[in-house]
Design a protein around this ligand. Structure first.
Ligand SMILES: [Zn+2]
Ligand SMILES: [Zn+2]
Length: 343
């Protein structure tokens, strides 16, 4: 199998090149077909919108209907559809140009070199030479779907007008869609007296609304999903924030109690390492040291642990939550020790 990354490698195996011909993969051909079909349908949709809206506008003026905002919707939608029509027409035209197809296939590494004696007129490589021919239909469709979007992005950049028209069309499509949804949901002209003047424009709102919904359904569903999930995330964050604050307050309260029982360091007065694991410094005689309730081995400088507990509410060594109620056994133990020493 002879798959090349791009044209640059061609110089290295001249001998090979003379006997092979580049062909596109099954995946690329599928993605290209999908793209062309999609763009063609969008073109037809817009053509239908422009023709039907124009007929409606002529009828409206013949019937002497006064202008209301629904009639402006018809006018603006048809003007906007003209720009989209040009866009999809251009995309379809570019996608049919052989050199652009070749360039894209090289760009996405979808070129396979086939020995000249096995080449057919078909632009797609024979299955033996094509790594994408082994993919299952489902995988192929999924990959072609993604590649189709990439192809669109590349083809849009073929001309400046196309590039700006793409942005303009996408933005105005959303504006028209929101405007259309307003008529479908609020239905302000349903029961009006001028039913004859509004009947066809109302039908058009349903048609154009469904066209736009189908065109952008993937994105709309994503937005809808995000809107459904967002409140839950916010509630979760609020609860987290509230409990974190409560934990921190409790830890600071516990610190207050701990500080009443601080130890003045003397050699071998503490168990375990004779250094503070926050600042990594060995204890010096008469350093103020606090012992955590979680373990007699967990002790730190008073200043170090106080700074730590401003940010965290847990023991730096074992991550156990520092709670006032956990202190009781420790305080009792220390009291007993003091009493024993006094005796
Ligand atoms: Zn320290
Ligand atoms: Zn600990």
């Amino acid at each position: 199998m002879n798959v090349q990354n791009d044209g640059e490698q061609q110089g290295d195996n001249n001998e090979n090149d003379r006997n092979t011909i580049p062909k596109i993969t099954k995946l690329f051909s599928r993605a290209m077909d999908q793209f062309r079909l999609r763009v063609f349908f969008l073109f037809l949709e817009r053509l239908y919108i422009i023709i039907s809206m124009s007929i409606i506008l002529v009828l409206l003026s013949l019937q002497n209907c006064g202008w209301n905002d629904l009639h402006y919707w018809v006018l603006f939608s048809s003007i906007q559809a003209v720009f989209s029509l040009i866009l999809y027409g251009q995309l379809f035209h570019f996608s049919n140009i052989q050199s652009i197809q070749q360039h894209l296939a090289f760009h996405y590494v979808q070129i396979v070199f086939v020995p000249i004696n096995e080449v057919t007129d078909h632009p797609v490589a024979p299955e033996v030479y094509d790594p994408t021919a082994n993919l299952s239909t489902m995988e192929l469709d999924k990959k072609a779907d993604i590649m189709q979007l990439q192809i669109r992005q590349e083809i849009v950049n073929q001309s400046k007008f196309c590039k700006y028209n793409n942005i303009f069309s996408n933005v105005t499509n959303q504006a028209i869609f929101i405007w259309t949804i307003y008529y479908i949901v609020a239905n302000p002209y349903e029961s009006s007296k001028e039913v004859d003047c509004n009947k066809w424009p109302i039908i058009q709102t349903y048609i154009y609304g469904s066209f736009l919904f189908l065109q952008y359904s993937q994105y709309y569903l994503l937005v809808a999903l995000a809107l459904v999930i967002l409140p839950f995330i916010l509630i979760y964050l609020l609860i987290r924030c509230f409990t974190d604050r409560k934990k921190k307050q409790e830890a600071l309260k516990a610190l207050n109690d701990l500080q009443k029982k601080k130890i003045l360091y003397k050699p071998n007065i503490l168990e375990g390492e004779q250094e503070c694991s926050i600042c990594m410094q060995p204890y010096q005689t008469d350093d103020e040291v606090l012992q955590m309730p979680c373990s007699t081995l967990h002790h730190f400088h008073n200043t170090c642990i106080s700074a730590w507990l401003q940010i965290q509410s847990t023991c730096p060594n074992c991550r156990q939550q520092l709670l006032p109620e956990n202190l009781q056994p420790l305080l009792q133990q220390q009291q007993q020790q003091q009493q024993q020493e006094e005796l």
